[in-house]
Design a protein around this ligand. Structure first.
Ligand SMILES: [Zn+2]
Length: 384
């Protein structure tokens, strides 16, 4: 009997509901949302720092200038190759933008992905390589240091203690909030970060320092998948030169562009899969179709690097001997049984030749070697 009454009252409720919908019409926004879902529409490109905040400072260049140049190139490639994607910048000139405003720009744009571009610096000039961060609690002191450095820009903002609820960028205790936080976009952010790191390593010949987690305020305040890219170390001479060069910036920007394109394809393929219920779709196949051949045309297909060889040794040298004492940027590779040591790196033969004259003042029999996509090749085969 009780059960019967409940059934009746449910029936009444449904009737009233149907009548109500009939009178006010079907909610429009539900339809509109379904219509748009599944497509990657907007990306925010965030060039770190700017204006009175130079970011990391190298010998010749500042982080704010390098990251702006790379960010603008990424946007340019996106607009040219993927005109259906809306590109939103947090800055396009040398201006100071507070962290919370950057996040607000992304949230207002309802972006599908937030890409913050930075460059690193550290006291040890021998450390180099690219790394990409997602929001989380740091697993090492090293990661905490990067987050501290990037977050400390808020002290240049007026009223930062109120705006960031008393967050002190330099106090490790402040970072406890990142432990309690739930990052609902973690998987997608890691996926984007991994694509970027893979591109940097395989297509730009960067040393891959990996995908890492740390507490970045700018990522915390954005409500979408997001990554913070550290292009390289301005404290390492050869990496500074690479990032300061036009070639270096083109390579880095194309890698980030391709990563966003791949992320978009995966995102859409996955959503199509969900929408086409019961109808098995091959994600890989979809991605093939959605990747037009022509988008590859303008990008450097192969990465050429010239370096200057200054020493070779049958055993691995420590960082306290030989070439490490003579040069501040030493890179080594293994060739059969030998460890070979180089200094300097450039995509231009002309540039490396200029450097060779300087290096020969210290090591008279040093010479130029060449790498194509990370493989040693004869200099003559890649010299323009
Ligand atoms: Zn930075």
């Amino acid at each position: 009997m009780i059960r019967y009454i409940i059934l009746i009252s449910r029936f009444n409720f449904l009737l009233i509901g149907a009548l109500f919908l009939f009178l006010i019409g079907w909610p429009q926004n539900t339809v509109a949302q379904n219509d748009n879902s599944g497509r990657f529409k907007t990306v925010v490109i965030d060039a770190g720092h700017g204006g009175r905040d130079p970011g990391a400072v190298g010998k010749d260049v500042k982080e704010k200038d390098i990251v702006l140049a790379v960010a603008l190139k990424v946007g340019e490639y996106l607009k040219r190759e993927l005109p259906e994607v809306k590109v939103v910048y947090t800055r396009t000139t040398d201006v100071f933008v507070p962290l919370d405003e950057r996040a607000e720009v992304a949230n207002k744009a309802k972006a599908d992905l937030f890409v913050s571009i930075h460059a690193n610096a550290i006291s040890n000039p021998r450390i180099y390589g690219a790394e990409t961060f997602v929001l989380g609690l740091h697993r090492s002191e090293e990661n905490l240091e990067v987050a501290k450095k990037e977050n400390s820009v808020i002290v240049l903002e007026e009223d930062y203690t109120t705006k960031y609820e008393g967050f002190d960028p330099n106090s490790p205790e402040s970072y406890i909030i990142f432990e309690l936080m739930q990052n609902v976009y973690l998987d997608q952010s890691i996926s984007a970060a991994s694509i970027i790191q893979e591109q940097f390593e395989t297509r730009v010949g960067r040393r891959n320092r990996g995908v890492k987690q740390a507490g970045f305020l700018v990522l915390r305040k954005t409500s979408m998948p997001g990554v913070l890219v550290e292009l390289g170390f301005l404290s390492n001479r050869s990496e500074e030169r690479f990032m300061a060069s036009e070639e270096g910036q083109v390579y880095l920007a194309s890698a980030i562009f391709r990563s966003i394109r791949d992320y978009k394809n995966r995102y859409e393929a996955r959503n199509n899969l969900h929408m086409a219920q019961g109808e098995p779709t091959n994600v890989e196949e979809n991605m093939e179709e959605m990747t037009p051949e022509t988008t590859e045309d303008f990008q450097p297909e192969e990465v050429i690097e010239f370096r200057i060889q200054v020493a070779s040794s049958a055993r691995r040298l420590s960082e306290k001997e030989g070439p490490y004492l003579q040069f501040d940027d030493v890179w080594n590779y293994q060739d059969g049984q030998l460890y070979k040591y180089t200094t300097g790196v450039s995509a231009s033969y002309e540039q490396i030749s200029d450097l060779l004259m300087e290096v020969r003042k210290i090591i008279p029999d040093s010479f130029i070697i060449a790498f194509k996509d990370g493989e040693r090749v004869p200099v003559s085969s890649v010299r323009d």
